[in-house]
Ligand binder design. Structure first.
Ligand SMILES: NC(=O)c1ccc[n+]([C@@H]2O[C@H](COP(=O)([O-])OP(=O)(O)OC[C@H]3O[C@@H](n4cnc5c(N)ncnc54)[C@H](O)[C@@H]3O)[C@@H](O)[C@H]2O)c1
Length: 254
C-alpha cells in the first residue's frame, strides 16, 4: 500500500509543466489520477508517462474556464465512481503586457482560466468531498499571490485572488474535513516561462539574479510541495500559502 492508495486526484492543466509533475507525483504515491487538460494530446501524453511509471491515470479533456464543461466532467467522474477526493487547481495562463493596452478579451481569458476555473472545480469537488466526509484541495498560486509586479495586472490579480480563495474555502469547509492550501511557485523552468522569455516578455538572466538561490525552480520541486499538502502528514495544515521560490518573496533587496 502506498500513502495515497485508494485516493482519486484531479489535476487540472496536467498536460504540461507543473501540472504534469503533480500528476506524476500523485500517481507515484498511489492515487488514481484524473488528468485534465484543454489539450487532448498533452493529457494523453501525461497518462502514458504515468502508466509507464506503473501508475494509473485517465485523461479528461475540458477547459476549466467553461462552467458547463466542468459540470459535465464531474458528472462523468460520478458515473465512473471516480469523484476526486484530491483536487489540484493548476491550469493557468500568463497575461503580460501594459495595463493601458489590456483588451477586455485578454483580461477575461486570464480571469476565466486562473480564477473562474478554480472556483468551478472547487465548488464541484467540494460538494463531493463533503458528501464523502473530506478531501484536499491545493491551488497553484504564484509569488504574485503575495507580491506585485508591473505589466501583469490580470495575472497578479487572479493569483492574489487564488490566495484569498484558499483561505476563505479553508475556513468555510474545515467542518467538512476539507483542507484547502495554496502552493505559490516562483519562476519555474516550464513551457510558460520559456515562451515568455522567447517572446521577449521575460528577462531570465535578471530573474535569476533576483532569486537568492540564483536559479529557476524545477516543476518537480513544486510537485513535492503539492504532494506533501495532499498527504495525511499535513493534516493540520489548511488555509496556508506555501511559497516555493528560492527565496524570491523573502528578498526585499535587489
Ligand atoms: N512556470 C512558472 O514559472 C510558474 C510560476 C508560478 C506559478 N505558475 C503557475 O503554475 C501553473 C502551471 O504553470 P506551468 O508553468 O506548468 O504552465 P504550462 O503552460 O507549462 O502548463 C499549463 C497547462 O495548462 C493547460 N491549460 C491551459 N488552459 C487550460 C484550460 N482552460 N483548462 C485546462 N487546462 C488548461 C495547458 O494546455 C498546459 O498543458 C499555472 O497556474 C501558473 O500560473 C507557474
Amino acid at each position: 500500500m502506498k500513502i495515497l492508495s485508494g485516493r482519486k486526484a484531479l489535476v487540472t492543466g496536467a498536460g504540461s509543466g507543473i501540472g504534469r509533475e503533480c500528476a506524476l507525483a500523485l500517481a507515484g504515491a498511489g492515487a488514481l489520477v484524473l488528468v485534465n487538460d484543454v489539450s487532448e494530446s498533452a493529457a494523453h501524453a501525461t497518462c502514458t508517462a504515468i502508466a509507464g511509471a506503473g501508475g494509473t491515470a485517465h485523461a479528461h479533456v475540458a477547459s476549466v474556464a467553461d462552467p458547463d464543461a466542468v459540470h459535465r466532467l464531474f458528472e462523468q467522474f460520478d458515473a465512473e465512481g471516480n469523484a476526486p477526493d484530491i483536487l489540484v487547481n493548476n491550469a493557468g495562463v500568463s497575461g503580460n503586457g501594459p495595463t493601458l493596452d489590456l483588451a477586455d478579451a485578454n483580461w477575461m481569458r486570464v480571469v476565466g482560466i486562473n480564477l473562474n476555473g478554480p472556483f468551478y472545480c472547487s465548488r464541484a469537488a467540494g460538494l463531493r468531498m463533503r458528501a464523502a466526509g473530506g478531501g484536499t484541495i491545493v491551488n497553484i498560486g504564484s509569488i504574485y499571490s503575495v507580491v506585485a509586479a508591473p505589466q501583469r495586472l490580470s495575472y497578479c490579480t487572479t493569483k492574489a485572488a487564488i490566495g484569498m480563495m484558499t483561505k476563505c474555502l479553508a475556513l468555510e469547509w474545515a467542518e467538512f474535513g476539507i483542507r484547502v492550501n495554496c502552493v505559490a511557485p516562483g519562476y519555474v523552468d516550464s513551457a510558460l516561462t520559456r515562451e515568455l522569455a522567447a517572446t521577449g516578455r521575460l528577462d531570465l538572466a535578471a530573474v535569476e539574479r533576483r532569486i537568492p538561490q540564483h536559479r529557476l525552480g524545477q516543476a518537480s520541486e513544486i510537485a513535492d510541495a503539492v504532494l506533501y499538502l495532499c498527504e495525511p502528514r499535513s493534516a493540520h495544515i489548511t488555509g496556508h500559502i506555501l511559497t516555493v521560490d528560492g527565496g524570491w518573496t523573502a528578498n526585499g533587496y535587489l
